[in-house]
Design a protein around this ligand. Structure first.
Ligand SMILES: C[S@@+](CC[C@H](N)C(=O)[O-])C[C@H]1O[C@@H](n2cnc3c(N)ncnc32)[C@H](O)[C@@H]1O
Length: 254
């Protein structure tokens, strides 16, 4: 734990009256797509101690508990932890306040770490990746979801414009930050992130392209079951070209 270093920027945007549980109304397809991806990446494996970093109100923790004897929801925002109390009521999932660059776990304490929908808040993730690598035991697994700038639509747009794909994170904030210290919203270049993970000692094993049909038009046109079936059929194949808006990376600490 980095006791000698102050935590860098505090990820407190979720404390500002924003009800993240409501974000998931009407997003059954995206939620199902992520559950499919995690099941697929962890299929046939069982872990002794897992943590979901930046796990919010615990949306994925109950699924993770089916793969691990112990699960900790590791989340910096008190509002999210408050919401988690209800979501995770009656489970044995631990709920602990912490930020990804200062994890309250001992070296090698975990054999599974997940971090989903958090990378879009972390433009420069080296400190967070170093922490994840530190708390993982040798042979441990990490699943890190990355908001992908290089998805199909952006690649097509850059081709049309004749501009190169950026290798650095790109801000996708649609409204002006309400305060100077407001949390970042970025999309990443997947190859850059894989390089940063490698530098932290985490080796890429496989990846999936997720939420490949994320489009209001498609959602209106197709039944949910068809969307989910198509998602299931395409996650592996489309990962080769980093097609979708969300890439799930499965990493191993050698
Ligand atoms: C979009 S929510 C995703 C929550 C959850 N992972 C999920 O997929 O449902 C982003 C979460 O990341 C947390 N977060 C933001 N910055 C963080 C950081 N530096 N370390 C850990 N968590 C962070 C927020 O508090 C919030 O709960």
């Amino acid at each position: 734990m980095n006791d000698d270093k102050p935590s860098k920027k505090v990820a407190n945007q979720y404390e500002r009256g924003y009800d993240y549980t409501k974000y998931w109304d009407n997003r059954d397809y995206e939620n199902a797509a992520e559950h499919i991806a995690i099941r697929r990446l962890l299929k046939g494996k069982h872990f002794s101690a897992a943590a979901d970093i930046g796990g919010g109100f615990g949306r994925l923790c109950i699924l993770l508990r089916t793969f691990s004897d112990k699960v900790t929801l590791a989340e910096p925002a008190a509002t999210q932890l408050e919401a988690a109390k209800e979501v995770l009521q009656g489970t044995d999932i631990a709920q602990v306040q912490m930020q990804a660059d200062d994890l309250k776990f001992a070296d090698g304490e975990l054999d599974l770490v997940t971090m989903v929908r958090v990378m879009h808040h972390i433009p420069e993730p080296s400190a967070e990746f170093a922490e994840i690598s530190r708390v993982l035991a040798p042979g441990g697994t990490a699943i890190i979801e990355v908001a992908n700038y290089g998805h199909y639509k952006n690649r097509r747009r850059h081709r049309k414009e004749g501009t190169p794909m950026p290798t650095e994170p790109v801000s996708i904030r649609t409204v002006k930050a309400d305060e100077p210290d407001a949390i970042a919203f970025v999309n990443h270049n997947i190859d850059t992130v894989v390089g940063q993970l490698e530098a932290a000692g985490l080796r890429l094993e496989s990846k999936l392209s997720v939420s490949n049909l994320r489009s209001q038009k498609l959602k209106r046109a197709l039944p949910k079951s068809a969307m989910i079936a198509a998602e299931r059929a395409t996650q592996r194949y489309l990962a080769k070209s980093n097609f979708g808006p969300s890439i799930f990376l499965k990493l191993r600490k050698p």
